[in-house]
Structures are given as structure tokens and as C-alpha cells.
Design a protein around this ligand. Structure first.
Ligand code: ZN
Length: 71
């Protein structure tokens, strides 16, 4: 296949995006989705304090320990 087109799903709207010169905003389908993603990252970093991140991390650790005990 010399003509296979690689596509990726847009992280925002999950539309298939052609991975080529025709998609300057890949992996996003458009500049709009790219901006939405950047905005979400910025908002998340501001919204989640370190304590919340630590709590989430220990939650994952507990799950992991439980899995180890089970086996
Ligand atoms: Zn999109």
C-alpha cells in the first residue's frame, strides 16, 4: 500500500484526523480543538492543588496494594 493514510482521533471531539500536511493542527482536527485542549490543560493546572494530586496518587497506590494482597 503506497497510499495508506494514517489517521488519529482528535483528542477533543474524536473525529478522525488525517496525519498529513493537510492537518496543520494534528492531532487536533482544527485550531478550535487545539485551543480547547490548551485551555483545559491550563485550567486543570490552576484548579488542582498539590494536595488533591497527592490524594489521587495515594488512591492509586492503595488500589495497587489491594491488587498485590489479592494475588
Ligand atoms: Zn476536534
Amino acid at each position: 500500500m503506497s497510499d495508506d493514510i494514517f489517521t488519529v482521533p482528535c483528542p477533543i471531539c474524536h473525529k478522525q484526523v488525517e496525519w498529513s500536511e493537510q492537518s496543520p493542527y494534528r492531532p487536533f482536527c482544527s485550531k478550535r480543538c487545539q485551543l480547547i485542549d490548551l485551555g483545559e490543560w491550563a485550567a486543570e493546572e490552576k484548579a488542582i492543588p498539590c494536595e488533591t494530586a497527592d490524594f489521587a496518587a495515594s488512591g492509586l497506590l492503595n488500589e495497587d496494594n489491594d491488587w498485590v494482597n489479592h494475588s
